[in-house]
Design a binder for this molecule. Structure first.
Ligand code: ADP
Ligand code: ASP
Ligand code: MG
Length: 417
């Protein structure tokens, strides 16, 4: 049975009007394929009544007092509503359709409420329904754990549902429909001349996604990569274009990806930098005590720099009050900078290439942007900057690496220097 998986994000399913575009894509696919599995996100964005953030508002998130288990029960409703609404509209167009929750679709997860990982997909029910229906509409972002409780997969997790189903059903492709025309060299809301990439490798987009390019969830990319199923990220409002995410790159289609110095610039906002200093003698105790305390409180930390006199690290803004309270209780007086943004320059081709970091520093200092912290790996250079400078910083780096015009080929970069 030839199966295609299509996933439609929140903005794509938000209104009758936008769902008309969704239905057209479904109709087009049905003309060419035998069967279709459609994954949907919750309807729209806040303040839309059924958007995930609006459901969370009902329980005063993040100051809530209900359990993570019940938060998942609440959030899962958004996608369930969406699946029923779309399936009903498809039936009105005489398309044989049925809606399933993630659990009914066979998605089994671990018990980590709010951030559950998919352990297994049992596609028996979907195959059964596809015998009598053309489309199975699955509520994204959710599954059930071993004892049958509802779980959710972390924000943006409908992409993960689509990828897991694509692999379990051995789909020929996973199509991620969203409000932009593919994966771009930077967030088009920040960089007006950001350019859509035709083809990227799983690895490239995984790095960008982990650094904040929310156009696709990084876990979805990992799952599709392991299952060797190509992903096409495309716009709900266009009939062409998009970015193909795959392993091998078609030589006719694009530059050799290994030569692409920088694939794109990603950014992650709403981060707080925390600096804890101590006397040199006590540094060892401080390091183990601080990181253990953060881990025990479930606070996710990042951007860790350790020196003989202290530690610097970041936490999400929403967790910074809790982090400071813990540090104060232990007698530390941390220096805190709220509302920072992490900007990442990502590209597999930068491995071992001299001069990339200095270009980044130069581009930012030319704009008068203060670099609060930096770090690098073989495919990414990160800088932490004050949040108010994010537009200037991302645009300056996009410009510096010529991303609007073409892929920066390693050869050109070396000549320019
Ligand atoms: P959906 O609801 O369809 O899942 P998301 O809001 O999660 O959509 O993701 C799409 C958004 O991702 C775009 O509107 C865009 O602003 C943002 N985005 C961030 N980085 C990128 C990038 N590199 N390429 C494309 N879009 C990006
Ligand atoms: N509705 C969920 C969210 O807003 C999941 C998703 O849209 O992918 O995070
Ligand atoms: Mg998304």
């Amino acid at each position: 049975m030839q199966i295609l998986v299509q996933k439609f994000g929140g903005t794509s399913v938000q209104s009758k009007q936008t769902r008309q575009h969704v239905i057209e894509h479904i109709e087009n696919a049905l003309m060419n394929r035998i069967k279709l599995v459609v994954v949907v996100s919750a309807l729209g964005r806040s303040p839309g009544a059924y958007a995930t953030d609006s459901l969370l508002d009902l329980v005063d998130y993040p100051e809530h007092s209900i359990s993570n288990r019940e938060l998942d029960m609440l959030m899962a409703c958004g996608e369930i509503i969406s699946s029923v609404v779309l399936s009903n509209e498809l039936k009105k167009k005489s398309i044989k359709s049925i809606a399933l929750t993630g659990a009914q679709a066979g998605i089994l997860t671990n018990a980590d409420y709010n951030q559950a990982k998919i352990k297994e997909v049992n596609p028996t029910r979907i195959y059964h329904e596809l015998k009598t229906h053309d489309v199975v509409v699955v509520a994204g972002f959710q599954g059930k754990n071993e004892i049958g409780e509802l779980t959710t997969l972390g924000r943006g997790g409908s992409d993960t549902t689509a990828a897991a189903l694509g692999v379990a059903l051995d789909a020929e492709r996973i199509e991620i429909f969203t409000d932009v025309n593919g994966i771009m060299t930077a967030d088009p809301r920040v960089v007006k001349n950001a350019r859509a990439l035709d083809v990227v490798t799983y690895q490239e987009i995984c790095n960008l996604a982990y650094q904040g390019a929310k156009v696709i969830h990084p876990r979805a990319v990992e799952i599709a990569m392991r299952g060797k199923i190509p992903i096409l990220v495309r716009s709900t409002y266009e009939n062409h274009g998009g970015t193909l995410v795959t392993n091998a790159v078609n030589q006719k289609n694009t530059v050799d990806v290994s030569e692409r110095l920088v694939t794109g610039i990603a950014h992650l906002a709403n981060i707080t930098q925390i600096k804890v200093q101590t006397k040199e003698k006590e540094a060892y105790r401080l390091q183990s005590e601080v990181f253990k305390a953060m881990a025990d409180a479930g606070i996710s930390i990042d951007f860790i720099n350790i020196s003989p006199t202290g530690v610097i690290y970041t936490v999400p803004n929403v967790q910074h009050k809790k982090a400071i309270k813990i540090l104060n209780a232990k007698g530390y007086k941390p220096t805190v900078i709220e509302d920072c943004t992490k900007v990442s320059v990502v590209g597999a081709g930068m491995t071992g290439v001299p001069g990339v970091a200095s270009k980044i520093v130069q581009a930012l200092t030319n704009q008068g942007i203060q670099i609060l912290q930096s770090a690098d790996s073989h495919t990414t250079i990160w800088v932490l900057i004050p949040g108010q400078d994010v537009y200037k910083a991302v645009n300056a780096l996009h410009e510096e690496f010529n991303l609007a015009k073409k892929s920066t080929i390693l050869h050109d970069f070396l000549i320019e220097r």
